[in-house]
Design a protein around this ligand. Structure first.
Ligand SMILES: [Zn+2]
Ligand SMILES: [Zn+2]
Length: 252
């Protein structure tokens, strides 16, 4: 990337939907080696395959509490506990993130994580419009429409003067669309159009239409049919749309 701005380096740990379609790991990506976006139960295996020490992760941003995005935290903390992690870890997520995470830890590994932790677990609860600087990452959260049972968020983050939007799971909604204007990189879920809680290829096309001409889009949370989907194929012909795969790296 030209100029003084630093690049945004994405490592997709997983690129699949909640159903393990195509054998893909649950959707999750690491930004610039430090910031983890969503944390499904396949997170440790994928970090090992990528050769990334889990201790590199400083912040985990959780878009919503569905298990494919959230249930990896006990594994991350278990690993940290046994590897003697000393660096604090910050989990950013929807209201209830602290209580739900701590409950999950108690259910998953009772007794293990309560005793003499060598590091601190810090939590930041977001709300619609929440803005903060978290370990050098400027974070803006926006409520999106995914399912009625829980509050779900998309994030817009800035790092070194560059911006990235992550949709989480969502339908095409104002909460997502208001984040994408002028964003440099946009990571979008692209799951089932026949289930009306997801963005699907048509939603991705609409976001692409509204994004800046130079924006780079990456689709993830895939059902396994993306390489035969006519809309995705036609969008991919333009340089600005990429299809994530497990362990794929992008540098924008
Ligand atoms: Zn999901
Ligand atoms: Zn979901």
């Amino acid at each position: 990337m030209p100029g003084r701005h630093q690049s945004l380096d994405l490592l997709f740990l997983g690129s699949g939907n909640a159903f393990g379609a195509g054998g893909k790991a649950f959707s999750s990506f690491l930004l610039n080696g430090r910031y983890l976006f969503d944390c499904g139960p396949t997170v440790l295996q994928q970090l090992r395959k990528a050769g990334v020490p889990p201790s590199d992760i400083e912040v985990v941003l959780v878009s919503h509490f569905h298990a494919d995005h959230f249930f990896g935290l006990p594994f991350l903390f278990l690993d940290a506990r046994y590897k003697g992690r000393t660096k604090d870890i910050c989990v950013v997520g929807p209201p209830g993130i602290q209580e739900r995470t701590e409950t999950l830890l108690r259910i998953g590994y009772p007794g293990v994580l309560e005793t003499e932790p060598t590091f601190k677990r810090r939590y930041i609860e977001v709300a619609d419009g929440f803005q903060a600087n978290v370990a050098g990452l400027s974070v803006l959260a926006s409520v999106v429409d995914h399912v009625a049972e829980m509050e779900c968020f998309a994030f817009r983050v800035e790092l070194g003067g560059r911006s990235l939007v992550y949709s989480g799971d969502t339908t095409l909604c104002d909460g997502l669309l208001r984040l994408v204007k002028d964003a440099d990189v946009i990571v979008l879920e692209c799951s089932r159009e026949d289930i009306p809680v997801h963005l699907g290829a048509a939603g991705v096309e609409e976001v692409a239409r509204r994004a800046s001409p130079g924006a780079q889009l990456v689709v993830t949370h895939l059902d396994g049919n993306e390489h035969s989907h006519p809309l995705i194929l036609s969008l991919s012909k333009d340089a600005g749309l990429h299809v994530a795969e497990d362990l794929a790296r992008f540098s924008f």
